[in-house]
Structures are given as structure tokens and as C-alpha cells.
Design a protein around this ligand. Sequence first.
Ligand code: B12
Ligand code: SF4
Ligand code: SF4
Length: 370
Amino acid sequence: MGGAWNAELVQWVRERAQAEGFNLAGVAPAPAAEEADGALTAERFRTWIESGRAGEMEYLKRRNAQGELLRGSARRAMPWARSVVVCGFNYNGAGPLSQDPDEAGRGWIARYAWNGDESGKAVDYHYDLMVRLRVVEGALRERVECETRCYVDTGPLLERDFAARAGIGWVGKNTCVINQGVGSWLLLAVIVTSLEVASDAVAAMSADRCGSCTRCIEACPTDALVAPREMDATRCISYLTIELKGPIPVELREGMGRHVFGCDICQDVCPWNRRAPVAAQAGLATRPELVNPRLDWLAAMGDAEFRREFQGSPLERTRRRRVQRNVAIAMGNSGDASFVPRLAEWARGTDAMLAEAAVWALRRLQSRED
Ligand code: B12
Ligand code: SF4
Ligand code: SF4
């Protein structure tokens, strides 16, 4: 497959992606891990994994037969890969920031999980973006013969690294990709291709516009941003509330505040999001009940109601049991004694992880009353 990108084809794919609702698109080379740029990424990722930053996220640690980390280079899982089309989708739903004051007794669900369709049913961005991406992929393959593979979030490659190299934005000190016009409320979707890249065909890498700012690092309540652009995921509220299967380390619980699913703080404080445009996509709307959700509503949900509310939503994969573990901790941090009966019921229950979180929460409420 000897095709290659030229400036005209890059512009065409950008416009094709925009026609499918993506706000931004660009093309990045996919160098081998032995080439200079490829080696830098592979080494950065290896150091991150080997210093234990990935916690229980075993899928990030997969290696090939040679013992190399698969995600360190796109060519390790896909030897034919030569370039990656990166598409950015603005998901900034109309709504407050997590740090804006709100009524007592409310939790926080991360912004990317707020979406629903016109009937209010949850929409999973993985699925929605994949449908759009496949249309772009189909059009590309009609125009030029090539090998391709589409991923939204789950592929064995570092999407942010490619986004930065495709000119979508720079990697901020909070580790998120930030675009000067759209901000960082961007989901990424990628098409890996076998098309070679001529160096004058792709956009230059976006300039780093963080400057001397360190707001995200200072605002992180669990000190997960251990250095600019370096996260210790085992301390990140997003990891603790979404990925961690067992009990949440006691020393990080207070810092979790009212978060029950994901965390937006290091993006909420970012000056580049101050004027971020609100997403305007047909068929995607903010579900108001998920913005500052009532903790007692989430706590009272049985399996059937949880399924009804969150089937197709990113919360589905975290499951009711872990979401309620997070709710127990948020109740403990709330200072609101009206949650005591619910926590006492959980503390007597048969689910050991939930019971332990509830006992912690009861003690914390008690200690705040003393
Ligand atoms: C594992 C994971 C997580 C983990 C770890 C996050 C992390 N910072 O490492 C947890 C669960 C904590 C997480 C949280 C979130 N995630 Co997440 N996550 C992923 C996933 C699946 C893999 C990321 C990974 O490999 N991390 C390991 C680190 C080492 O890699 P990295 O973050 O990509 O960092 C690379 C770049 O920063 C680059 N780099 C660093 N400095 C520089 C400098 C230059 C010049 C260049 C070119 C590159 C570069 O090198 C690093 C290694 O190569 C990706 C999807 C994917 N397949 O890539 C989504 C992804 C990164 N997540 C995403 C989102 C939306 C989130 C949340 C906002 C969700 C939420 N609200 O809770 C938070 C954001 C928290 C944060 N500040 O990062 C988006 C990010 C979009 C964006 N605009 O950046 C992605 C791309 C998913 C998607 N398809 O949209 N996530
Ligand atoms: S998502 Fe929250 S916990 Fe994670 S690094 Fe950002 S501010 Fe810290
Ligand atoms: S808050 Fe400041 S340092 Fe952090 S990502 Fe935004 S601009 Fe960069």
C-alpha cells in the first residue's frame, strides 16, 4: 500500500471530518519506536508505566512478544501503521463548573458523561464518535487505497501524543490536549492508516501555551499532577472513582470531595476553557439530572433503575456498586447529617467495600460535628 498524504488530501480529510461533526482534525506521522520522535514517546511512556503511575490499569501495561510496551508505539500493535488521523470533538455541555457553588447534598459527574439524546436517554461517546469516524474512514478508503483502523479511547496507542503532533492542540500541564480556540473539552477519535506522511503535508505541532501558569497543578486536590505533564494516575480522582475496583485509599478520600464519577477540576481552572464554546451537536444534549446530581438520588438506585438511567453511558462500565462506594465517600465529605440513615444502612450491609466506605463516611460526619 504505497499511498501517501499530501497537503490536499490532509485538507480534504479535515473537511470530511468536520462534515461529520468533528470540530478539529489533523494528520500525524506514526514513527517507529527506533526513530527520534518515536523513541521519545516510547521512552516517556515506558518510564511512566515502570514508575507505577498506571495503578491497576493493566490494559496500559500490555507488552508484545519482545517485551515492549504495545502503546509505546502504534507500530507495535499495527506494523503497517504510518500515520494517524486525529479528530477532536467538543463535548462542552452547557452547565456550571465543578467548583461553582451549588446546593448542599449534590455530587459531581464529569462533564463528558452528561450527554443524552432528545428523549433524555444516555449517549455513550465511544459509540457516537465511532459512527462518525467510520463514515470518514469509508470516504478515505474510497479515495485512496490504504489499510485503516478506527479507535475511540480504546486503541493501543497514545491518542494525546498523536493529537499534539497532528496540530489539534498542545499537551497542557494537566496532561490534557488543549486547543487555542476550543479549549480542552475535547474527546479524541483516531484513524490509524498505512499512508506515509510527507513532512510538508502535515500541520506543525501546536505551540505550548501554558506559559508560566500552574493553576491546574495547584488546584488538584489529591496532588495527582506530580510535575507538569506528568500524572500519578493512582492519585487522580478520575482513576479512583472510575477505574479502581477495590476500596479507595483512605488518605485520598477527603480530597475526593463530592466527586462520584470522574473529575474536571484541572480543566475547570484552566484559563483556556474560560471562553470555551458550548457544543452544539444535533442529537446530543446535557441531561440536567446529571449536572450536580443529588447524592440521595444516586444512593437510592437499585440495579434496575441504575441500568435504566445509565445504560449506554460511561457510568455503565463502572457499575452501580462502585458508583455507590463513591457516593458514600461524597456523603462523608458533605458535612450533611441527613445522610446518616442511608450510610448506617450501607454500613450494616453485606457488600464489604460499600460497608467500609460507609463506616468511614459516618466517622467523618461525626468528626465534623464534634
Ligand atoms: C488511561 C486514561 C486515563 C487515566 C490516566 C490519565 C493520564 N493523564 O494518564 C485516567 C483514568 C486518570 C484518565 C482521566 C481522564 N481522562 Co482519560 N484516558 C486514558 C487513556 C485510555 C490512555 C491515556 C494514557 O495512555 N495515559 C498514560 C500517559 C503517560 O499518556 P498520556 O496521558 O496520553 O500522555 C502522553 C502525552 O501527554 C505525551 N506528552 C507529554 N508531554 C508531551 C509533550 C509533547 C510536546 C508531546 C508531543 C507529547 C507529550 O506523552 C505522554 C506519553 O506519551 C486515553 C485514551 C488513549 N487511548 O490514549 C484517555 C484520554 C486521555 N482521557 C480523556 C479524558 C477526557 C479524561 C478525563 C477528562 C475524564 C474525566 N473527566 O474524568 C480525565 C482527565 C484527567 C487528566 N488530567 O488527564 C481523553 C483526553 C482528551 C484531551 N482533551 O486530552 C482521552 C484521549 C480519551 C478520548 N478518546 O477522548 N484517563
Ligand atoms: S482530574 Fe482531578 S484529580 Fe485528576 S489530575 Fe485533574 S484535578 Fe487532579
Ligand atoms: S491551567 Fe494553566 S498550566 Fe494548567 S493546562 Fe491550563 S494553561 Fe496549562
